[in-house]
Write a protein that binds this ligand. Structure first.
Ligand code: GLU
Length: 425
């Protein structure tokens, strides 16, 4: 299973770093942020670029480019995933690091934001190649990551195994086991119950809350999901468990549609067996990007950034968009959606469940004391619901859409920490 690729983007998509800076500038203006703090938050704290010589299976060497961007440590150590994807660029990683800062602040967990990435195509690499690349990348980062400094996690193209190699490489370099250096580890190495499903589960908690706030119920509501990877597939399964009719799902190879609702268990089985949702017998194959413009109650973009743009926003027919991906909606598209009355639940709220359970995993790793899955899920629910209420209250009080409210809440929290700490020296 995989997620959709950047091919879904249309010409003229904005650069993600510019998009993140524009969001910050607009929030700074609304909340009256001091110029000093705005200037500081517009830049990352640190950018590390490394070149990763990797022995390939054919005996040759490839030199990959890897990044770790630490945006802020105002509220705690940096936190954020590692992405392996052919389109990874420094600007993308900078934007994703900044969004992690806001995400951790929205759900009020004690972290700053970071992101990492390697420009590579993990789908065409063997396990051995991935392991050698990951270990060399990690050893290049040994001085800048650590449980008290910066804690990587999985993102697109990485998984529990990659986290296990990172944890092992870091630990071997230190000379002792350091489980708290990464989250999203396998359970047997100190991972947390509930982590692998946490982003999808968190999305569902927030979507359900929004539906109820609008006097709707998941029972019989329709959903379309773009992307069938770690986040999209879990969201689809949990949505169907609470009564949604999931009518359309896409992945990198195509999309399927059934007006009466897809049989989600059968679809998951089909995707596991064939590697794609495409060709699912109990549905109609449709063009991949049509999933974004299908008539439904809730549209969940769960792929890459920049997929809802000024080129397709006008055609969106969903009542609610829940951004499970990071940065799927460009600022021009948001404007169009606002004008159409589409209720957009922003990424930094919708998909914060992964970072939240990563926080729980880090706490468990440091304490070497592990929680039950019920405890993880019920604490996740509390955090997500509280964050939803905080953002919703801000949006109602100030007449803002949910994205602007979430940004203002996050930036204010980070700015308050910055103001109290001061700027060193
Ligand atoms: N990569 C995920 C995200 O974008 C999780 C980050 C984490 O758990 O640190 O939210």
């Amino acid at each position: 299973m995989t997620v959709t690729s950047k091919d879904a983007q249309t010409e003229g998509t904005v650069n993600p770093r510019e998009m993140a800076l524009q969001q910050l500038a607009e929030s700074a203006e609304r909340i009256g942020l001091s110029e000093a703090i705005h200037k500081k938050l517009a830049k990352p704290k640190r950018i590390v670029i490394v070149y990763i010589p990797t022995l390939m299976d054919d005996g040759g060497f490839e030199v990959f480019t890897g990044y770790r961007v630490q945006h802020s440590m105002e509220r705690g150590p940096c936190k954020g995933g590692i992405r392996y994807h052919p389109d990874v660029t420094l600007d993308e990683v900078i934007a994703l690091a900044m969004w992690m800062t806001w995400k951790c602040a929205v759900v009020n967990i004690p972290y700053g934001g970071a992101k990492g990435g390697v420009t590579c195509d993990p789908q065409s690499m063997s396990q051995g190649e991935l392991e050698r690349m990951t270990r060399r990348f990690t050893s290049e980062l040994v001085e800048v990551i650590g449980p008290e400094k910066d804690i990587p996690a999985p993102d697109m193209g990485t998984n529990e195994q990659v986290m296990a190699w990172m944890m092992d490489t870091y630990s071997m370099n230190k000379g002792y086991v350091v489980p708290g250096v990464v989250t999203g580890k396998p359970l047997s190495l100190g991972g947390s119950r509930g982590r692998s499903e946490a982003t999808g589960r968190g999305c569902i908690f927030v979507i359900e809350k929004v539906l109820r706030a609008k006097g709707m119920s998941p029972e019989g509501a329709t959903m379309a999901v773009q992307g069938f990877g770690k986040v999209g597939s879990v969201t689809v399964r949990l949505a169907s468990e609470i009564g949604f009719d999931v009518i359309a799902v896409s992945d990198i190879w195509g999309a399927v549609y059934n007006r009466r609702g897809l049989d989600v268990d059968a679809l998951l089985k089909h995707a596991r067996e064939t590697g794609s949702v495409k060709g699912f017998p109990e549905a109609e194959d449709i063009a991949r990007d049509d999933v974004l413009t299908i008539k439904c109650d809730v549209l969940v973009p769960a792929a890459l950034e920049g997929t809802i743009t000024k080129h397709n926003a006008e055609q969106v027919q969903a009542r609610i968009i829940a951004e499970a991906a990071n940065g799927p909606t460009t600022p021009d598209a948001q404007q169009i959606l606002d004008d159409k009355g589409v209720f957009v639940i922003p990424d930094i709220l919708t998909n914060a469940g992964g970072a939240t359970v990563s926080y729980f995993e880090w706490v468990q790793s440091i304490q070497a004391y592990f929680w039950s899955e019920e405890e993880v899920n019920s604490n996740l629910r509390k955090v997500m619901i509280q964050a939803f209420h905080d953002v919703y209250a801000m949006s109602e009080a100030n007449g803002l859409n949910m994205r602007d409210a979430a940004m203002d809440l996050a930036v204010s929290r980070v700015a308050e920490a910055q103001r109290l700490r001061g700027i060193y020296p």
